[in-house]
Write a new protein. Structure first.
Length: 198
């Protein structure tokens, strides 16, 4: 039995498409990206992985998930650079896509038009619940969207966003392990109302 998102690997090896895997921090989105890319490699497809150059929290040239599963990647500064590396490639993975410029949308469309399977992983929302970077646009044009969820540390339900546990208004703070916690809607509302972290 082949699950829905991977059926096309065997039926249409060169059919371009866009898949988005998104969710909060600690939701397993990078793990899911790596899982899909590794399965493509097992199917002898040529895979290339990109991430924003700014995301160097663990390693310059590896995409690394929180559980230390990793895969070699190319750090790039702008989304347009992806097109320089993708001739002769079957599958393109893009991690931390929320940090890329809006040009990523056109880049993904062009890759898919060229017959490439594009798998994009990123945060759907920032710590205030605002849709993040090019992710909402990518979700709209994607062939398939997968939302993955962390577990709320307050009550054990599915989490809705990554709540920041320190008072800082900058949109991006790297070093996320200690600065954020996954919360469901109601625990997030409680945390905001009580200002318990400010
Ligand atoms: Zn909760």
């Amino acid at each position: 039995m082949i699950s829905g998102s991977e059926e096309h690997i065997f039926q249409f090896p060169r059919k371009g498409r866009i898949e988005v895997v998104c969710g909060s921090m600690f939701s397993g989105k990078t793990e899911e990206l790596i899982r899909r890319l590794k399965r493509a490699q097992f199917a002898r497809q040529r895979v290339e992985i990109f991430k924003p150059a700014m995301d160097s929290r663990y390693s310059e040239e590896m995409v690394v998930s929180h559980d230390k599963n990793q895969i070699p990647s190319t750090p790039i500064d702008t989304s347009a650079s992806i097109l320089l590396f993708t001739s002769e490639i079957d599958v393109v993975g893009i991690d931390e896509a929320q940090f890329f410029d809006e040009g990523l949308v056109d880049v993904c469309n062009q890759l898919a038009a060229d017959g490439i399977r594009v798998i994009v992983a990123g945060l759907d929302m920032d710590y205030k619940g605002v849709p993040f970077g090019p992710i909402p646009h990518l979700m709209a044009i994607a062939d398939e969207v997968t939302k993955v969820h962390a577990i709320c540390v307050g009550c054990g339900q599915l989490a809705y966003l990554s709540h920041r546990t320190v008072a800082d208004d900058k949109r991006v703070l790297l070093g996320e392990q200690t600065l954020y916690e996954p919360l469901c809607r109601s625990c997030y509302a409680k945390a905001e109302n009580t200002n318990q972290y400010e």
